[in-house]
Design a protein around this ligand. Sequence first.
Ligand code: GLY
Ligand code: MN
Length: 508
Amino acid sequence: MSAEHTEAPDDQPLEDRGANRSQRPSSEAFLSFIAGQWAQAATGAGARCAPAPVAPYAAHRRERLSELFPGERLVVPAGTHVVRSNDTDYRFRPHSAFAHLTGLGTDQEPDAVLVLHPVEDRHEAVLHIRPMAGRDSREFFADARYGEFWVGARPSLTDLADLTGVRTAPLEELTDALAKDVGPGGVRLRVVPGADASVSATVDRLRGDADLTAAQTEAADAELAEALSELRLVKDEHEIEQMRRAVAATVTGFAEIVRALPRATAHRRGERVIEATFDGHAREEGNAVGYETIAAAGENATTLHWIRNDGAVRTGELVLVDAGVEVESLYTADITRTLPVDGSFTEVQRRVYQAVLDAADAAFSVARPGARFRDVHAAAMEVIADRLAGWGLLPSTVEESLSPEGQFHRRWMVHGTSHHLGLDVHDCALARREMYLDAELVPGMVFTIEPGLYFKADDLAVPQEYRGIGVRIEDDVLITADGHENLSAALPRRPEDVEAWMRTLLPH
Ligand code: GLY
Ligand code: MN
């Protein structure tokens, strides 16, 4: 299948050369024939959509943003298709801020732009979209990016207004809408940086008319990005429900992985068997994976983001799997389990595993309202340093290692213990330090607890028996009114529970 456009003249510009490999009919007779004799569409093109359950939550999120920027026009693009190669795109995924403020998810809606217009002491939201073209248009059959023949029916203005509860308008009206009352002393514009280059360019041009310097506008946009990130630090009821679904689908995905282990050990690239098993499950049960699956067997587990996944999976070794299903609303889980490939830990594997588990449990024990985000990491590090000292690996006392000047234990765990989780796997990443690392935990926050220990095969600072062992245990945690809930508790963590669970899934 390939896309084309019109008959190619000899002086055809490079961007039109894709038209060389296929010819679309263009006669008037054909255009009139293909435009007629279609039944009324059941979906898209003006069929009525029920309001999405997320709509009132998204409205509340927009109200909270509105309060932060009175009198200003806020521009939140969904983003555009991203080219994979030539005229082939990656699957579309909207910008997370757009998904959060509209409630739209999978495939919704390339090129759309949410605009919050200042109206008295609040904002009015308008969603500019590229509605589906009529069947009497060339787009209908000839446009491989947007045409109904190529990508299926897409929503109309009415469909999306019904679904989101937001007034919709055509994309062609965006520039005029953005320009209204902009100028010296007029309405100020902020746009989410990096979401859509062409929308950013339009906003910059309009702001140039308002005599703002590039530095001023860049700072204004950075503040908007920061606010949008911080708006997601505390999840609402709807988001928590989505997180539960993402976690549940991920838990069943891990069971599928265990079932696939005999096939993985028999394959020269067993890690790929694990990756493909999980990723296939994610496509079946959700939208996709929330990030590239890490399937790291043996020594590969000591490479933190091992996503090449082309290694063998050997009996007697451990396999570290870090994977998350992203559901249709685009919320993702992020769970890691380190499994003995043949179903039972060796003595030394169990020793390392237990140390990591104890560190995770220590982190859990401080995860409650009022504690600081950084305390969770500190609690895990106390255990990691203590165990490493017990094995004679630290070049200092535990106290010296835990001091900012020491940190020797971090040789074997260079990453942090926790990150916020939600629409992005590393959610809220643009929040200020005082709102993230130094912030107090409050009910509704969702983050990971994921300590690990990684002993590389060529690490001469550890005894031979530890070399080539990498362990991480990662769970997804919700802060509640009186403590926390481990959202991923359904997946066994203790070594004996992992072994018992694997026995139920592996052939005897
Ligand atoms: N799951 C990958 C990460 O947290 O970096
Ligand atoms: Mn993680």
